[in-house]
Design a protein around this ligand. Structure first.
Ligand SMILES: [Mn+2]
Length: 339
């Protein structure tokens, strides 16, 4: 799907003060895309603030080495502080519930708003959408925006956009990795992205707490439907006992679908402020976004999530029921195939 970036170029031309934001619990695509967007706007001489509803997970601190880019909504920054912002740019989401405590602020934002995203789920956000649901990452869309607007991909921007694409493709392993993805990555490395340094910063920085939490996650693994479903849980107590922090749960869902024969993986995290987050991954024809939508969530075909307010055991039972139903609907598959 090609995107006409002309309306974005016009909007940038006509305004000076931009606010950039992304979803709750930001991941590499969210934060890396923000680095890219801020770089593009600043090249155009614009005043940019990047304000997120969640704090930056420490593993991504290298994207903001002097800690001047990412600001924290509600803590460091109030709506009054943002009164001078003319345009709001929302990255890597198209659903109100992904904005968490910033949703009311965004709803009330008086100026034009832009959404650049690749998620299937889409609310009417009264925004200009720049969207391609076949894109591997929002970061990939930003590379296209740089091309279209004739902007220069600096080394800093290249590091951000490489992070974005690498994390949303599972370091170029998932089925959303295309030849074009790899051409884009080649361009980013040519522009100065430090691929080896980024890998080490992202994947060789485990704390003892995270490694112990991986152990707890593996211990909790269970299968259902003769091994077609695998699921694991992390409780608040697991976090406390291992000394892990909530951000340490990122990617642990991948253990579920790493098991031979598993078509659907579920990973449940008890949240500190109540409720349970479930991450859903498919290695079959099951539509994860559709499954998540039944519980108020959303995402992509092969990866999605939802947050439920029931106790952990009830969430597991509810999701397993829905997962069994979804798998029964697609029938028995003899070959484990990625989608
Ligand atoms: Mn993304």
């Amino acid at each position: 799907m090609s995107i006409d970036w002309t309306p974005l170029a016009d909007l940038i031309e006509r305004h000076d003060r931009f606010l950039v934001t992304t979803h709750v619990r930001p991941d590499g695509d969210a934060l890396g895309s923000e680095v890219g967007m801020a770089g593009l706007l600043r090249q155009r001489g614009k005043d940019v603030r990047v304000v997120n509803v969640s704090p930056t997970p420490p593993r991504y601190n290298y994207l903001d080495e002097d800690r001047t880019l990412f600001e924290h909504f509600g803590k460091q920054v109030t709506p009054a502080d943002l009164a001078d912002r003319e345009v709001l740019v929302i990255l890597d989401l198209s659903a109100w519930n992904q904005l968490g405590d910033m949703a009311d602020y965004v709803r009330g934002f008086a100026g034009p708003r832009v959404v650049i995203d690749h998620h299937v789920s889409e609310d009417d956000m009264r925004a200009m959408f720049f969207k391609d649901t076949t894109a591997e990452a929002t970061g990939g869309l930003l590379v296209r925006a740089f091309h279209s607007l004739g902007a220069k991909i600096t080394p800093e921007v290249a590091n951000g956009l490489l992070t974005a694409i690498a994390m949303d493709t599972g370091w170029f392993r998932h089925s959303n990795t295309t030849p074009q993805t790899l051409r884009t990555v080649a361009e980013l490395v040519e522009a100065g992205a430090e691929i080896n340094r980024i890998y080490r910063l992202l994947f060789e920085q485990n704390t003892l707490g995270r490694l112990k939490l991986m152990g707890e996650t593996l211990t909790s693994l269970r299968t259902e439907m003769g091994g077609r479903i695998a699921y694991a849980t992390v409780t608040r107590d697991d976090l406390a006992r291992t000394g892990a922090v909530p951000a340490d749960t990122e990617d642990l869902v991948d253990f579920t679908v790493s098991m031979s024969g598993v078509e659907l993986g579920l990973f449940f995290i008890e949240l500190a402020r109540g409720g349970v987050k479930v991450s859903i991954r498919a290695r079959s024809g099951v539509d994860c976004a559709g499954l998540a939508a039944r519980f108020g969530g959303g995402g992509h075909h092969a990866a999605a999530g939802a947050t439920l307010n029931e106790p952990l055991d009830d969430c597991v039972a509810l999701l397993l029921d829905a997962a069994r139903e979804a798998l029964e609907a697609i029938g028995t598959q003899t070959v484990k195939s990625a989608v």
